[in-house]
Design a binder for this molecule. Structure first.
Ligand SMILES: [Zn+2]
Length: 266
């Protein structure tokens, strides 16, 4: 089986995880910039992080025949400090020239605060100005529906942003329709403790169709499973889906979205 892991935070993972991903049939990993498990103290901390995900991680992945791509932003959690956020936003254009950068992400909202919304707006403008793809993080649990609505509205306010070039990630049953009906792509995150399980993700495919949708593990510094996508593929086989359908969900769909960037070459 071949597949793409379209959302993983490999800076938080050990090298053995790269080995496991490669053995499971992974061809490419995409790493959105995100919270690192702690608040960084300055924009220089982000410069080092951007260097790590644009220079070092692609080399670490290549040792195991894996392509590594990345997305850049300051995440919503640290965007609460708007001075820091502005300093980080100013850093991003120079890194957009790096050969493995796919776009702006994962931007979005965490607590749906006013400051987070202001910085989300600046990121959308940055993506528009530089014609970049966008990857969006949606808030957790009780904040998710409201946050997803705010994000969709913010994106729709930019008439030049094509929804087909935006993926809204961590959708659940109550937000998938909202995202897909507006023409955006939807990401389902397979987490052991929250977000969606493989069973729920497959149920969602049956409910909402299999176009403009992908699955990811979003593995990071917390309780998460780098092999969540191939495990979901195994569950799809158990339920009787054929190999071509599974290939579409775990390989061709992410390749179609990510391939809108000329940098995404496998
Ligand atoms: Zn993430």
């Amino acid at each position: 089986m071949r597949y793409i892991e379209p959302h993983a935070h490999m800076v938080s993972r050990v090298t053995d995880d790269y080995v496991a991903l490669s053995l499971a049939g992974c061809r490419a990993i995409c790493e959105p910039a995100f919270w690192a498990g702690f608040d960084r103290g300055s924009a220089e901390g982000f410069r080092d992080y951007f260097r790590q995900i644009t220079e070092y991680e692609p080399k670490r992945a290549a040792k195991f025949c894996l392509k590594h791509f990345t997305w850049l932003c300051i995440n919503p959690k640290e965007s609460e400090d708007m001075g820091l956020a502005d300093d980080v936003l100013a850093l991003i254009p120079e890194f957009l020239a790096k050969p493995t950068v796919l776009g702006i992400g994962e931007i979005g909202l965490n607590k749906n605060s006013r400051n987070e919304l202001a910085i989300l707006e600046k990121h959308i403008q940055l993506a528009e100005d530089h014609e970049q793809l966008i990857l969006v993080h949606t808030p957790h649990l009780e904040d998710k529906l409201k946050g997803t609505r705010l994000i969709v509205d913010a994106l729709r306010n930019h008439s030049k942003i094509d929804p087909g070039r935006v993926i809204i990630d961590h959708v659940e049953e109550h937000t998938a329709t909202l995202v897909l009906e507006q023409g955006f792509w939807a990401g389902m995150t397979l987490y052991p403790e929250s977000k969606v399980t493989p069973h729920r993700a497959i149920d969602m495919l049956e409910l909402y169709g299999h176009e403009r949708i992908w699955m990811n593990s979003a593995c990071d510094w917390g309780v998460s499973d780098p092999l969540a996508v191939p495990k979901a593929a195994l569950e799809m086989r158990r339920r009787g889906y054929d190999a071509d359908f599974i290939d579409k969900i775990v390989y061709r769909n992410p390749a179609q979205f990510l391939g809108q960037s000329p940098r995404f070459v496998l």
